[in-house]
Design a protein around this ligand. Structure first.
Ligand SMILES: *Cc1c(COP(=O)(O)O)cnc(C)c1O
Length: 380
C-alpha cells in the first residue's frame, strides 16, 4: 500500500510546492528572491487576516513561540498560560527559561479552558503582562475559543494576548486584526503544507510597542531587526530560501481556494472523520474538537492496532504524548487533505481494527463519514 501521512506536523506537501522547491536554488539578496518575499508577505497577511507584517523566521514553531516571548517581555514581567496539554505547557517553560514568572491555569487534558477560568486567573494576577493561549492543542485535539476569550478579557486586561496558532492557522477561523489579539505564531510543517523549517509570527501595534520596550536578551530572534529587513523585502540572516519558495506556492493555493473555504474544508473533514470513527465504536477524545486533528481513544489491543496501521496499511498517525501515551491516537487532517483522504484513513483504521478482533460491520465507518460529508457545515 502507499505510504500515507496523517500527522500534525509534518503534513503532506502538495506536488506543486515540491516541484517548486526542486528548482535550482537562487540567491537571497536578489530582485528575484525579493519578489518571492513580497508574494509571501502578502500571502501571509491574507492567511492571518491582518494588515500587520507577518514575519518569517528560520526555525520550527517553538522558535516562533520563543521569539514572541523574548521580544514582548522584560525581566520582572509575569505571564499567564494555560496548561491543558503539552503545547500550552511550553509557553510556561519558555518564559521560565528566561527567568520570567509564569502562572499556570491548569486544565484537565482533553478539556478546553473556560472564560471563567481565564477571568479568575487574571483577577489573581492583575499584573500579568501577557496571556498565552493555544488555539488548537495538538496533544489533546482540543480547540480553544480564542475569539471569545479575547472578547471577554479585552475590556479589563491591558496586557498582550499571545496565541500559539501552530495547528490552528489554516484550519480554524482566525482573524488577527478583527479579534484584537497581539501575537499569533505558526510553523511551516502544519497548515502551511511545506516541510519543517520556517515559522511565522504576527504582532499587533500594541505588541510592537512592547518589542521596543523589551529588555530580555535576544540576537537571532530580534524581531525589530527582522521587521526592519521586512520593510525592505529582505531578511536579517540567510533565510531558508528553498522553503520560502515552496511557501509562495502553498500560499498561492490557499488564496486560490479562499481562506474561508479552507476553514470550511477543515471543519468538514474533521466532522466526517469523527462520524466515521464513532460509527466504528471508537471514542473521539477531547472536547470541543479541533478541526486540524482528531484524537481518538485507543481500542483494546491498542499497541497491536497501531503497529498494524503502520506496518500493514502504511498509515502514519500520531501516538498519545506524555500522560496520554497508550491512551489515544491522533489523526491529523491539517493542510493538504481532501474528502477521499478521510475515507482512505478510515478504511485503513477499519482494516487494522478488524485485524485485532474488533467487532464492527465492514464499511460502517466509511458509510458514516460519507454521509457526514454531505452535511452542510457552517464556519464558525
Ligand atoms: C507542532 C506544535 C508546536 C511545536 O512546533 P515545532 O515546529 O515542533 O517546534 C507547538 N504548538 C503546537 C500547537 C503544535 O502543534
Amino acid at each position: 500500500m502507499k505510504p500515507r501521512l496523517f500527522t500534525p506536523g509534518p503534513t503532506p506537501v502538495p506536488e506543486s510546492a515540491t516541484l517548486r522547491m526542486a528548482k535550482p536554488i537562487i540567491h537571497h539578496r536578489t530582485p528575484e528572491f525579493q519578489n518571492v518575499l513580497r508574494d509571501v508577505a502578502s500571502g501571509l497577511q491574507y492567511l492571518f487576516c491582518t494588515s500587520q507584517p507577518v514575519l518569517t523566521i528560520t526555525a520550527s514553531g517553538t522558535g516562533a513561540m520563543e521569539a514572541a516571548l523574548v521580544n514582548i517581555l522584560s525581566p520582572g514581567d509575569e505571564i499567564l498560560y494555560v496548561n491543558g496539554g503539552r503545547f500550552g505547557e511550553r509557553w510556561g517553560a519558555i518564559a521560565r527559561a528566561y527567568g520570567v514568572a509564569a502562572h499556570e491555569v491548569t486544565v484537565p487534558w482533553g478539556e478546553a479552558v473556560t472564560i471563567e477560568q481565564i477571568m479568575a486567573a487574571l483577577a489573581a494576577h492583575p499584573t500579568a503582562t501577557a496571556l498565552c493561549l493555544t488555539h488548537s492543542e495538538t496533544s489533546t485535539g482540543v480547540f480553544t475559543d480564542v475569539r471569545a476569550i479575547a472578547e471577554a478579557v479585552r475590556p479589563s486586561f491591558g496586557g498582550l494576548i499571545a496565541v500559539d496558532g501552530i495547528t490552528a492557522v489554516g484550519a480554524h477561523e482566525l482573524r488577527f486584526d478583527d479579534w484584537d489579539i497581539d501575537v499569533v505564531v505558526t510553523g511551516s510543517q502544519k497548515g502551511l503544507m511545506i516541510p519543517p523549517g520556517l515559522a511565522f509570527i504576527a504582532l499587533s501595534a500594541r505588541a510592537w510597542d512592547a518589542c521596543r520596550r523589551s529588555a530580555l536578551p535576544k540576537f537571532y530572534f530580534d524581531l525589530l531587526e527582522a521587521r526592519e529587513a521586512y520593510e525592505r523585502n529582505d531578511t536579517p540572516w540567510t533565510p531558508a530560501i528553498t522553503l520560502v519558495c515552496g511557501l509562495a506556492e502553498t500560499l498561492r493555493m490557499i488564496r486560490e481556494e479562499g481562506i474561508e473555504a479552507v476553514w470550511q474544508r477543515h471543519a468538514l473533514l474533521a466532522a466526517a472523520l469523527r462520524a466515521g470513527v464513532s460509527a466504528l465504536g471508537l471514542q473521539p477524545y477531547g472536547s470541543p474538537p479541533s478541526h486540524a486533528i482528531t484524537a481518538i481513544a485507543l481500542p483494546a489491543r491498542g499497541d497491536e492496532f497501531m503497529t498494524l496501521l503502520k506496518d500493514r496499511y502504511h498509515v502514519t498517525v500520531a501516538a498519545g504524548q506524555d500522560e496520554l501515551k497508550g491512551r489515544i491516537f491522533r489523526v491529523a487532517h491539517l493542510g493538504y487533505y481532501d474528502e477521499a483522504d478521510m475515507l482512505a484513513v478510515l478504511y485503513c483504521i477499519e482494516r487494522a481494527l478488524a485485524d485485532v478482533g474488533h467487532d464492527h460491520a465492514p464499511g460502517a465507518g466509511l458509510a458514516a463519514a460519507r454521509l457526514a460529508l454531505q452535511e452542510p457545515i457552517r464556519v464558525p
